[in-house]
Design a protein around this ligand. Sequence first.
Ligand code: FES
Ligand SMILES: [Fe+2]
Length: 427
Amino acid sequence: MRAEQNQLLTQTDPGTPMGELFRRYWLPALLADELPEPDCAPVRVRMLGEKLIAFRDTQNRLGLMDEFCAHRGVSLWFGRNEEGGLRCSYHGWKYDASGQCVEIPSEPGNPKLCQRVKLKSYPLVERGGVLWTYMGPPESRPPLPEHEWAMVPAANRFISKRWQECNWLQAMEGGIDSSHVSFLHRHTMKVDPMFKGATQSHKYNLGDLAPHFEVVESPGGLYIGARRNAENDRYYWRITQYVLPSFTLIPPRGDHPIGGHCWVPIDDENCWAWSTNHHATRALTREEREAMEAGKGIHVPLIPGTFRPVANKDNDYLMDRRAQTEGRSFSGVEGFAMQDASVQESMGPIQDRTKENLVPTDKGIIMARRLLIAGAEGVAKGIRPPGVDPAHTRVRSASVILPKDVAFQEAAERALLPEPGSAHATV
Ligand code: FES
Ligand SMILES: [Fe+2]
C-alpha cells in the first residue's frame, strides 16, 4: 500500500475523502443512558475530528452541536442546561437544541444579533439504546439504519462502548480478520460464557485448524466466509457480515446472542469501539446479561465513570506472562476485546501499511479497503456508497453446514437476512 492510500483510508477530519464517506452514514454517537433525562448534564462528544456537545433539553429534545460558545469560545460543557436550552456559563448566551442562539443577555434590545448566531449542529436520534447522528450534508441524509441489534426489544440486546487508542481502521480490520481467532483468542473461546454449550461449533473449529476463506461483495459491504470441513462431504461455514463504513457481525455459536461491532473515529489516533449482543427471538438470560455487564464476551470492564478499559496501554493491558507460558491464555491478555485492542494499539496510533506483507487470509481486509477507497472516490463524484440504504443494514451473520458444491452466499441466502420472527441460523 502506498502512503497516500493509507492516509486516505485513515484520515476522517472534515474535508478529507474518508471523512466525507463517514459523513454519509448515521453513526452511533452516545449510549442513550448518557443523556438519561431532560435537563441532565451535557456530554462532550468527539467524532470524526470534531468537538461537539450533546444535551437533552427541558422538552426532551436532543441536541448535538459545536462544543464552543459563539461569543468567545468557552466550552459549553461548563454551561447550564436550563429552560429549553444550554446557557454558556461565561456571559450567559443561550442556545436551543438546534444550535440557534436564543438569548444574549447583554443585548436585550438587539434580537437580530441573536438570530444571526447559530452553532453548527447535527441531528441526534434515539434508536435501539443508542443516540445516532448524521454529520453529512442534509440533502444526502438517509433514513435511520436498521441493524437488527437496534431493532429488537431492549430485553434482547446489550450494548457497550469503549475508547480504543488507535486509528479506527486497524481496529475495524481486526473485526473482519477471522483468521486471528484461532491464535489470539484460542484459550478464551474455551472459557468464555458466550461460548458455553456450543459443542458442535467447537468440534468443527478445533477439528480443522486451516480454514479456507472466501469473501464476496454484498449489497452493503462483504460476506466473509470461513470454511471448515464437516462430516458427510459437507462444509461448516462461519459467515461474518461487514457493512460500510465500519459495522460487523460475528457468526453466532449455538443459541448464544449474535455479537457485533461498530468503530467510529474520534480523531485519526483514537476511536470508539461499540460492541453489541442481540438475540432475534428471545430476551437475554440473566446469566448472559450479568456476564456482559461484568465485561465478559466482547465487552470489557471499564474504569468507573469513563469508557477507558481497566486494562489499557498504560498498564500493558495487565498482561500475564505466566498465563501465557502455562497455556491459559495465548497472548497473556484477558478477554476478547482487550486481546484485540492490545495488539491493534501496539501497531502505533496509525499503522504504517506501507510496511505490511499481506497473505491470502487477509482477503477480507484487502476487499474492505478497496470498497472504502471506491466509496470515498464515489462520494466525491456524488455517488451514494454501499451501506447507506437501510436495506443494506438488514443483515445477519450465520454459522451453517452446507453441501460442498454450492456457493455459500447463495446457499445461505435466507440465513443472512433477519426475517422477522426467525432465529439466527447456527450450529
Ligand atoms: S463566551 Fe459564552 S457567553 Fe461569552
Ligand atoms: Fe478478535
